[in-house]
Design a protein around this ligand. Structure first.
Ligand code: DAH
Length: 360
């Protein structure tokens, strides 16, 4: 068999009616593949006289080129048709209301929700987020924060020490998020303005303590920041978090080795009824620890305390979640009980935003 126009027309016809990419590929193999029709014709050229071989050879080369081109064009055409079909099938009407069958989906844990809320509020005040490791060295967890080995504050931390037999550096599960202050300051240059959310650990368990809990650390360091800024920041934060304008806070002198002066922050509340009410009554509820960053902490972070100063604060996230959403027992937070989560959890569509309001 040799080249003929009929043969070319026949193949082109087959290509033009191919229904999908698979059948097109079969045609390609049957015509152009190693054992395909055109390849066999090429092989037969050796049986021809030199003149015929020349003529047939060039005709077959043109045929091969034409067929390849026709296949490539058809491939693009079929791909476009298939894409159109897929787009039509997967069309979504975005004007339809969202239908969420809550029982079918997981819920957002109140701790995650409150962490998002707090980050949203501080984000709007210009704070960045900086994180540190859960397994921390004694240096960052204690020493760099002015809590040397013999310091009584170490006892108060009920620390989980890791197996430190063969290590020069001693490791602990961090007892607070304050080590992130030093870790972050060491890595950068002032001014600093960030929060550090995360898990913290202490060997303690009762109705108001769990061995793992969450804190958010806050730090602002520059040349001018003072105690008045701290008070405004915390007041603004609590008003926004509890979505109440009548929040009143009180700063009480306290002691933390890494701040000087140190303060405990209370919010006004009413404990006379069955539920605790924030912003009313005449009782005070402790909600945060805070203070002006101790010069020794700045020095541990290679920052000159004669030039820079700032404030720090630490918030108990789980406690804030309990207060805001009326969850009585802290231990239930981490039991992994799906019934608890479906009661206290949040829909994944309830993204906390300041513009829409933080509450569900
Ligand atoms: N790290 C303290 C704790 O866990 C909380 C704290 C108090 C953090 C005062 C601060 C602060 O940044 O200034 O008990």
């Amino acid at each position: 068999m040799t080249y003929s126009e009929t043969l070319e027309k026949e193949i082109l016809k087959k290509i033009s009616v191919a229904e999908n990419q698979d059948s097109l590929e079969k045609i390609r193999i049957a015509e152009l593949g190693k054992k395909g029709k055109i390849s066999l014709l090429m092989k037969d050229l050796s049986k021809l006289s030199p003149e015929d071989r020349k003529e047939q050879g060039s005709k077959l080369n043109i045929l091969k080129k034409n067929i390849s081109e026709a296949i490539s064009l058809k491939k693009i055409e079929l791909a476009n048709i298939e894409l159109e079909k897929q787009l039509l099938e997967e069309k979504i009407d975005v004007t339809l209301p969202v239908q969420v069958n809550q029982s079918k989906y997981g819920k957002i844990h109140p701790v995650s929700q409150v962490l998002d809320e707090i980050s949203e509020i501080f984000g709007s005040l210009g704070y960045k987020i900086s994180e540190g490791p859960d397994i921390e060295t004694e240096h960052y967890n204690f020493n760099a924060l002015n809590i040397p080995e013999s310091h009584p504050a170490r006892q108060m931390h009920d620390t989980f020490y890791l197996n430190n037999d063969n290590t020069k550096e001693k490791y602990v599960l961090r007892t607070h998020t304050s080590p992130v202050q030093v870790r972050t300051m060491e890595k950068g240059k002032p001014p600093f303005k960030f929060i550090s959310p995360g898990r913290t650990y202490r060997c303690d368990s009762d109705q108001t303590h769990t061995p793992m809990f969450h804190q958010i650390e806050g730090l602002v360091v520059d040349e001018k920041t003072h105690l008045g800024h701290l008070k405004w920041t915390l007041e603004t934060f609590f008003k926004s978090f509890f979505e109440l304008d009548n929040i009143e806070i009180q700063l009480r002198p306290s002691y933390f080795p890494f701040t000087e002066p140190s303060l405990e922050v209370d919010v006004l509340c009413d404990r006379s009824g069955p539920v605790l009410k924030i912003g009313e009554g005449s009782d005070w509820l402790e909600v945060a620890g805070a203070g002006m960053v101790h010069p020794k902490v700045l020095r541990s972070s290679n920052i000159d305390p004669s030039k820079y100063q700032g404030f720090a604060f630490g918030l108990g996230v789980d406690r804030l979640a309990q207060l805001k959403y009326g969850i009585p027992d802290l231990r239930t937070f981490f039991n992994g009980d799906i019934r608890w989560l479906s009661h206290y959890g949040f829909s994944f569509l309830d993204l906390p935003t300041l513009s829409r309001g933080l509450k569900k």
